[in-house]
Design a protein around this ligand. Sequence first.
Ligand code: COA
Ligand code: AMP
Length: 633
Amino acid sequence: MGQYQDTYNEANKDPSAFWLKQAKDVQWTTFPSVGVNTDNSPFNTWFADGEINACYNAVDFHVANGRAEQLAIIYDSPVTDSKRTLTYAQLQDQTARFAGALKAKGVSKGDRVLIYMPMVPDAVVAVLACARLGAVHSVVFGGFAAKELAVRIDDSTPKVIVAASCGVEPSRLVEYKPLLDEAIDIASHKVDATIILQRPQCTASLVEGRDYDWAEVMNSAEPAECVPVASTDPLYILYTSGTTGQPKGVIRDTGGSVVSLKWTMSAIYDAKPGDVYWAASDIGWVVGHSYIIYGPLFHGCTSIMYEGKPVGTPDAGAFWRVIQDYKVKVLFTAPTAFRAIKKEDPNGDLIKDYDLSSFKTLFLAGERCDPDTLIWAQEKLQRPVIDHWWQTETGWAICANCVGLENLPVKAGSPTVPVPGYALDVLDDNGTPVKRGEIGSLVIKLPLPPGTFPNLWNAADRYVSSYFSRFEGYYETGDAGYIDDEGYAYVMARTDDVINVAGHRLSTGAMEEVLASHPDVAECAVLGVADDLKGQLPLGLVILSSGCDRSHDDIAGELVKRVREHIGPVAAFKSVAVVDRLPKTRSGKILRATMRSMADRVAWKMPATIEDPAVLDEIQTALAALGYAGDGN
Ligand code: COA
Ligand code: AMP
């Protein structure tokens, strides 16, 4: 048996013993005596009697153990033409001071702090400062609009909000402060204070008595020490898309996160302390939390923060330049980034212009990795390319080729095998395991390993109903797929209304709510249709209210604008058609899957339950007008 299988079996046989062993690899103020407690399943806890501080593990421990002068963060920003580095000692100094600044604004253990910042090192400082105080951070991605921000303010009820004056996209400056002001206006919860990082690209106006300048509060701050918290105390809340417009606040606990992320750095990514690790994502997503900030820092690595795109900043060689300049060993990004690079530089000519000798492995996640993209990356880079599958809910990979344990053969289209800790199964609609090779719901037998999600913020009922009620004793991932004869998993599609646009997780249900709120819209459906670059794109079909005789183009334009304003530009909602009817079952359920197959030009069958098959002809015409057309059944 290889090391992967040995480790998998060990973790499966006695999860508590396995993870308590890994727990010895991190720093505790009180080492736990218990592993998992399943008395109140699915609300399972890990290391319940342990006490720990995540910031100490990420920063102070390394300063005290020979890494003070090693770079912790390298910031490279082609969009602002600037670079900056922070050693572990500098990161400790800034984090301790910013923690002091938060403390001076009344923040203490358990309080929430909302962080709305772009990819700048100060965002890492803000996150770690919260962890230092035992406060709970909730980072909101910069591409979300004011309304989404307001929903998160009301749900997490932060004491303080930390934001920057602006984000910088290649084509425009995104002023964050007006969005923040609008969100604070809309939200019912009122924050005590905001701290605003004024970036040189734009200066935000501050509201006297509420908004404070980052530089000023830092100047007068007294450094704060790490506050030990219970292992089960929340480290952060990260909102993610569900079926409705109300996002789910995924909670990550503290001890489980430190232990699991530290372990994955070597077991999955084969990174050693001191290595340069680059997750080309955003701190607003789970990948950013786990692998721009916490994982690499827990492991004593140097983490790259890249404020730019894979193409256009300035070209498709951007990733290779960063790898060369900073001797990156591991790169982690989404397949969409590689599709973008492949489109611009199909032969990979730019790769040859750079010295990539430090580069060992490419990891891809965030969306299904199409075999073409995987094979292109393998051929052009001549390095292992590892697709791995995970979710905001799990915080780290469910399936991967754990190259730090054993390098298994790669099969294009599969994120390889379950990572030790995850007992993956495939069930049919009745909850019966299917045969190997058959598609069903991908589920994980409880208990979930440490560092996953012990609950949803303010939504314990939803936690149970969304994830644990359909299949007793299992976590329902919301993904469908199969496991082949050799135990390799294949993740094929979501079973809910979640779509994946350029690696960003979005809810079609939330977009439908926005469309339905337009006064001229009587009914609507939003589908995620296949896109060569972004994987999926949302497409809206709307029925107008009776008597509405306004121009369809005007209404379509208003709807596109409305989604951008309510959800944000990241939704990339640009296609909408007005139709007379939507196809429905006799019980009134809209046949979204059939319309999606038509739009994607894949074979589809006339649903037996359809109320009126003729509606599909009308839909076909509308889709064709938008550039999508089905093959018929
Ligand atoms: N703040 C404000 N706006 C943002 C933003 C941010 N942090 N991030 C993205 N946006 C905006 C973009 O400006 C764009 O707006 P536009 O409609 O005015 O052009 C829109 O949101 C969509 O952005 P994006 O998804 O980045 O698409 P793109 O067309 O600009 O670039 C890719 C396409 C493939 C290059 C890009 O999506 C990419 O690099 N993806 C990598 C995947 C990734 O990081 N995934 C995270 C999970 S691992
Ligand atoms: P997020 O919570 O934003 O990380 O998105 C999680 C969802 O993205 C998963 O439930 C999958 O639908 C999809 N996903 C992530 N990684 C992969 C992968 N490697 N293969 C297939 N789907 C993936």
